[in-house]
Design a protein around this ligand. Structure first.
Ligand SMILES: Cc1cc2nc3c(=O)[nH]c(=O)nc-3n(C[C@H](O)[C@H](O)[C@H](O)COP(=O)(O)O)c2cc1C
Length: 364
């Protein structure tokens, strides 16, 4: 079945408009009789944020926005799944077309703008599957025209704490006007204070859900100083580094599509996101773990992210071009590395290259 998705379905999906292809892929996952994944080698297990992950590979936010297929994604071999971004109220997002494949660059540009079925529908789905277990994080955002955006995050944490493993506070989507301004120091401090307060308030009934912050790879280093300082002082549990970039690397070959507005992901994002990950790692000083995302499309890419500072990784665009075999390829590569070095876990590699990555020329 994985072979079917990997080899046969991919050329077919690539012939479609990217958003139609995505919808079809989710539908296929919903109805395909996938067998359970083989148990993971124990050396791939990761403990982070108080949670146990059977392997470090996560489905990044944006693929399963409405929590339709988390259990199918586990059967494909993911160690964790982040659903969302969800918003409190349903909203349609931006006008189509709003997803573009840069085939020559193996990149994607999207300006979906938080299309979401809204909290009530997603809550029902997550509650129904909760007994199945597995690490399912919920990525939360604000409605486009919310009068008080922070109140949207607070509401979602309160409503979802009992049905998800962690919450990712997404203030880094480029497609909701002004959202990224929430990374500014004063706003971020207020946001995290209220978010952590909400987490504590519901903890007696729902458990103390870990709170992660998902940041943009476009932060300047002085901004990153502030963001990490506030994240540490507000005692959040981790960060996801990071979201798509509004920058356009100069060497993009698909020059026409590169002009589309939106966030760029996939291979062209790898260097920038790896640099920001390493910069974040050196600032966090081991106080909390990081999830690395951006352009992972091979075992080597996954290991590079871990060596730059990621305890866990997430991917999305790499699947569009590499297919589902990528998950097994990454596991094989990580195990081969552990075997070669006679190591019992990936923990020894986390951040091993952070200092050298931060000493490189700034990625173009
Ligand atoms: C089509 C698409 C939709 C996305 N939607 C979301 C989203 O709703 N929320 C979010 O936090 N990130 C979203 N992302 C960003 C991914 O979660 C990830 O951070 C980014 O794409 C970098 O990883 P990648 O290069 O492996 O795709 C989206 C990415 C893509 C390509």
């Amino acid at each position: 079945m994985i072979g079917f998705f990997g080899r046969l379905a991919r050329p077919f999906l690539h012939a479609l408009d990217p958003e139609d292809a995505h919808r079809l892929a989710v539908r296929m996952l919903k109805f395909a009789p996938l067998p359970a994944a083989a148990p993971d080698d124990k050396r791939l297990a990761v403990r982070a944020f108080g949670l146990n992950f059977p392997n470090p590979i996560g489905m990044a936010a944006g693929f399963d926005k409405n929590a339709e297929v988390p259990d199918a994604l586990f059967r494909l071999g993911f160690g964790f799944v982040e659903v969302g971004t969800i918003t409190p109220l349903p909203q349609p997002g931006n006008a189509r077309p709003r997803v573009f494949r840069l085939d020559a660059d193996q990149g994607v540009i999207n300006r979906l703008g938080f299309n979401s079925e809204g909290a009530a529908a997603v809550l029902r789905r997550l509650a129904a599957r909760a007994p199945a277990g597995g690490v399912v994080g919920i990525n939360v955002g604000a409605n486009k025209d919310a009068p008080d955006r922070i109140a949207d995050y607070v509401e979602l944490i309160e409503r979802f704490a009992s049905v998800s493993s962690y919450v990712a506070v997404n203030i880094s989507s480029p497609n909701t006007p002004g959202l990224r301004n929430m990374q500014q120091a004063a706003v971020l401090d207020d946001l995290l204070a209220r978010v952590i307060d909400a987490r504590e308030r519901v903890a007696p009934q729902a458990g103390a859900i870990p709170v992660l912050l998902k940041i943009a790879p476009d932060l300047t280093l002085p901004d990153l100083d502030d963001v990490v300082g506030i994240a540490r002082s507000r005692r959040i549990d981790g960060m996801i580094v990071g979201n798509t970039t509004v920058s356009r690397p100069p060497r993009l070959r698909d020059a026409e599509k590169a002009k589309e507005q939106g966030g760029l992901s996939g291979r062209p994002l790898f260097s920038l996101s790896n640099r920001i990950l390493a910069e974040t790692y050196v600032r966090v000083e081991g106080v909390f773990p990081l999830i690395g995302a951006g352009g992972i499309d091979s075992g080597a890419g996954a290991l590079a992210k871990i060596r730059a500072g990621a305890s866990l990784i997430q991917l999305y665009s790499g699947l569009v071009f590499g297919g589902l075999g990528l998950i097994a390829d990454i596991k094989t590569a990580l195990l081969a590395t552990l075997e070669r070095d006679r190591k019992a876990s990936l923990a020894d590699y986390v951040g091993a290259d952070a200092a050298s990555v931060t000493a490189e020329h700034w990625p173009a």
